[in-house]
Design a protein around this ligand. Structure first.
Ligand code: ADP
Ligand code: MG
Length: 391
């Protein structure tokens, strides 16, 4: 049964009537610009055709009651109880409910009304795979409360409130890309976001090209320690480079030529990390013109370069991601392949000629399984629209 119909059925079993509304908010995949968001760079994500759906209605109760179908768990909280991260009965909020509760909290902080709702929700975005299931949950609940709250925010404002919820309420130090892509996605378009100014535009992706996402099924994550070390290396590079280039604020502000001239002043590890960032930002700058011209072959080459750079310079890949990318790049119809997300596990993203996408996916799955004894999930996806009220 399609997910929406299943949710409506479960809603009726749970709350006794039909849901008044249904919202959808997609996950996302990033095609280029990895580990550059916190260096004021550019990212190039797309919303995908996997999403979180909520079936919900307003209620006169003092608490919102949520059923997370994928966890088979309920949580109830009110504007007062979210402040202490507790439920109606004073028990602590379960972990999954921190995302919707955090959204309620961020909306309250912004002075927006958050009427109580009964809600049943589920998602076909795999969790913890680098496709931003968390942002899709946040953007779905933001839209649900907007539907009931009598206020309207532009998508980027919703994204910023979702990021605030995740940063300050859940306690995850994420950038703006995930919520942005889920809120602002456009059918068949990639989204080019300037992480400094938050200006963005869409870029076409030809219809005969598919985005194939390959989940290694490895769930090792970049730990916050590793992540903070990478960020610290980038900050150290800026400080050292400021001795010659006092105007620079972030690695975004230095060209590849300037970097090559001054790189010798950086200690080896800091130099490798910074080189990835400076060159990756240059790749995202080149990507715009290539995609506008429909030059998928060259764009794919930039994706391949990105993978090598993440593997060898930023050192955030892992054997399974490397195996998945190596196999993909050897298959017919593949323009480019790299791992996507923070690293150490999760998914690769592949641009593949649509007519070859099925064969490609099958061969990739078979060869990956033969090499690693792991069973991968492969999704043939396409760039989809952002969060929306469906009913
Ligand atoms: P991702 O890369 O998928 O965003 P995160 O670790 O950031 O991974 O977020 C995953 C968390 O988001 C889950 O552990 C859960 O708390 C919440 N979440 C994601 N999908 C769902 C869902 N379908 N139902 C309930 N909570 C979800
Ligand atoms: Mg997340």
């Amino acid at each position: 049964m399609p997910l929406i119909d299943r949710l409506a059925t479960i809603y009726r079993q749970t709350f006794g009537d039909f849901p008044a509304h249904i919202v959808r908010a997609p996950g996302r995949v990033n095609l280029l610009g990895e580990h550059v968001d916190y260096n004021d760079g550019f990212v190039l994500p797309a919303a995908i055709d996997r999403a979180t759906y909520i079936a919900f209605s307003p209620t006169n109760a003092s608490h919102s009651t949520l059923l997370a179908v994928d966890f088979d768990q309920r949580a109830s909280f009110s504007p007062a109880s979210v402040r202490t991260k507790t439920q109606a009965d004073s028990s602590p909020l379960p972990d999954w409910s921190l995302y919707p509760a955090g959204v309620m909290w961020a909306l309250m902080e912004a002075g927006l009304s958050v009427p109580s709702m009964n809600a049943v929700f589920a998602s076909d975005v795999p969790r913890g795979a680098g496709l931003s299931s968390s942002a899709s949950v946040e953007m779905a609940f933001l839209l649900a409360w907007q539907t009931l709250g009598g206020w309207t925010l532009p998508p980027m404002q919703r994204a910023l409130l979702g990021q605030k919820a995740e940063n300050q309420y859940v306690g995850v130090n994420c950038g703006i890309m995930d919520q942005f892509a889920s809120a602002c996605g456009v059918e068949d378009r990639l989204l080019l976001l300037d992480c400094r100014s938050l200006e963005w535009k869409t870029i076409p992706l030809p219809k005969d090209v598919s985005i194939v996402i390959a989940d290694t099924s490895v769930r090792r994550k970049l730990t916050s320690g590793e992540y903070n070390q990478r960020r610290a290396a980038c900050e150290a590079a800026v400080r050292l480079l400021q001795q010659d280039l006092p105007h620079i604020q972030a690695l975004r502000d230095i060209s590849v030529e300037e970097f090559n001239r001054l790189a010798g002043k950086l200690p080896p590890e800091v130099r490798r990390r910074a080189r990835h960032v400076v060159e990756e930002i240059e790749r995202t700058r080149q990507a715009e013109a290539l995609l506008e011209a429909g030059n998928i072959r060259e764009f794919g080459r930039l994706m391949n370069e990105c993978h090598v750079s993440l593997r060898d310079l930023y050192e955030v890949s892992c054997p399974e991601l490397n195996a998945m990318v190596d196999i993909a790049q050897s298959l017919e119809g593949c323009y480019g392949a790299r791992f996507t997300g923070a690293g150490f596990g999760g998914c690769t993203v592949n641009l593949v000629a649509s007519e070859k996408a099925h064969e490609f996916s099958q061969a990739l799955a078979e060869r990956y399984e033969a090499e690693t004894s792991l069973h991968p999930e492969i999704y043939i996806s396409h760039a989809s629209s952002g969060a929306a009220l469906l009913k």
